[in-house]
Ligand binder design. Structure first.
Ligand code: PRT
Ligand code: ZN
Length: 284
C-alpha cells in the first residue's frame, strides 16, 4: 500500500509541537526510530530531518508534506505549496544593532554591514526600502557578529528577545512575523494525494478546536435575549430549558483569542454559572 510521506524537524524548536499535531490528528507512531517511522494507524511515513533540508526534499518530490518555519520557506524560495499556518514556532525576523550605537532606523544602516542567515529575505526587504547595505551571510551565532567586529548590525530570528539582550543588541525593525507551516510538494500524485487530503481535514479540525472553546452558561429568561444577541455574531448557540422554568442554559463556541472579553461581556449581560471547556476536534 502506498504511504504518504511527511517530514518533521528531527530535533529543535518545531519537533515537539509537530509530533503533538500528528498525535492530535489521531496518528500513532513509534518514536524510537530516529530517521524514519511508520504511523501505526494511518498510511503515513514520517521522516525526521534537519529543517533546512525539508524545502528541497519537497521540491524534488522526495517527500509530500513538511512542517517548517515560514522564515525558512521564504528564504529558500523553493517551488512548494503552503497548506496551513500551524500556530506554533512563532518568532520574528528582526534587524538589531548594538544597544549603545547611534543607529535608530533602518535608514541609518545605509552603507553598513548586516550579518544574517537570511540573506534573501533581507535583500528583498532592503531593496524595497531602497537601502544599500552590505549583507554578510553566516550560518549561525549571528548575534555575536557585531561584538567581534564582523558587522554593524544583524538580522536574525527573535522570540523572547533574551538572546539579543544578552549580546547587548536592540531591535530596530521587524521584517517578518513567522510561524510553523504545513507545506506540500507541488505535485502529489494519487493515491498519496487523497491521503494528504485526509490529513489536511484532520489538521483543520485540530486547528479549529485549538482556536475555540466551548462555553456553557445559565441565564435568567429575562436576560436571554441579550445573551443571544451577543452570541449571534459567533456560531449559533444551543439553547436548552433548565429545571427552573425561569432559567435557560446556553452553549456556544467562542474564539479563544476573544475568550476573556466575551466572558466579561456575557457576565455583564446576565450570564451565570459559566463553564469553559476545551474542544478536542471541531468538524464543520
Ligand atoms: O537542526 P535544525 O537545522 O533542524 O534546527 P535549527 O537549529 O536550524 O532550527 P531551530 O530548531 O533553532 O528553529 C527551527 C524553527 O523554529 C525556525 O526556523 C523558526 O521558524 C522557529 N523559531 C521560533 C526559532 C525561534 N523561535 C528562535 N528564537 N528559531 C530560532 N530561534 C533562535 C534565534 O535564531 C536566536 O538565536 O533563538 C534565538 C533567539 O531566541 P530568544 O528567545 O532569545 O529571542
Ligand atoms: Zn536548521
Amino acid at each position: 500500500m502506498e504511504h504518504l510521506r511527511i517530514a518533521l524537524q528531527k530535533s529543535g524548536r518545531l519537533h515537539e509541537d509537530s509530533i503533538r499535531l500528528l498525535k492530535d490528528c489521531g496518528i500513532d507512531m513509534n518514536l524510537s526510530q530516529r530517521l524514519k517511522s511508520s504511523a501505526l494507524n494511518f498510511p503515513l511515513e514520517i521522516f525526521f530531518l534537519r529543517d533546512d533540508d525539508i524545502p528541497q526534499y519537497l521540491e524534488e518530490n522526495i517527500i509530500d508534506l513538511g512542517i517548517v518555519g515560514e522564515n525558512l520557506i521564504l528564504e529558500k524560495e523553493r517551488k512548494l505549496k503552503i497548506k496551513e499556518k500551524l500556530g506554533f514556532g512563532r518568532c520574528r525576523l528582526s534587524i538589531a544593532v548594538p544597544k549603545n550605537s547611534d543607529y535608530q532606523t533602518i535608514e541609518d544602516l545605509s552603507e553598513k554591514c548586516i550579518a544574517t542567515s537570511y540573506p534573501n529575505i533581507l535583500k528583498k526587504f532592503l531593496d524595497k526600502q531602497q537601502i544599500q547595505a552590505d549583507i554578510h551571510t553566516i550560518s549561525g551565532a549571528v548575534e555575536i557578529a557585531p561584538g567581534i567586529g564582523l558587522s554593524d548590525a544583524i538580522c536574525d530570528l527573535v522570540s523572547s528577545g533574551g538572546t539579543l539582550f544578552i549580546n547587548g543588541l536592540r531591535e530596530i525593525e521587524t521584517i517578518l512575523k513567522s510561524e510553523a507551516l504545513l507545506v506540500a510538494s507541488q505535485n502529489i500524485k494519487f493515491p498519496r494525494k487523497s491521503l494528504a487530503e485526509r490529513l489536511y481535514f484532520r489538521i483543520q479540525a485540530v486547528k479549529r478546536a485549538r482556536n475555540n472553546k466551548y462555553v456553557m452558561l445559565n441565564v435568567s429568561n429575562k436576560y436571554l435575549e441579550n445573551i443571544l444577541n451577543f452570541l449571534s455574531g459567533e456560531k449559533s448557540p444551543t439553547v436548552l430549558p433548565l429545571a427552573d422554568p425561569n432559567w435557560t442554559a446556553v452553549h456556544a463556541v467562542i474564539e479563544e483569542k476573544n475568550l476573556w472579553n466575551s466572558i466579561e461581556r456575557l457576565k455583564a449581560y446576565g450570564a451565570q454559572d459559566l463553564l469553559v471547556l476545551p474542544i478536542k476536534k471541531m468538524i464543520p
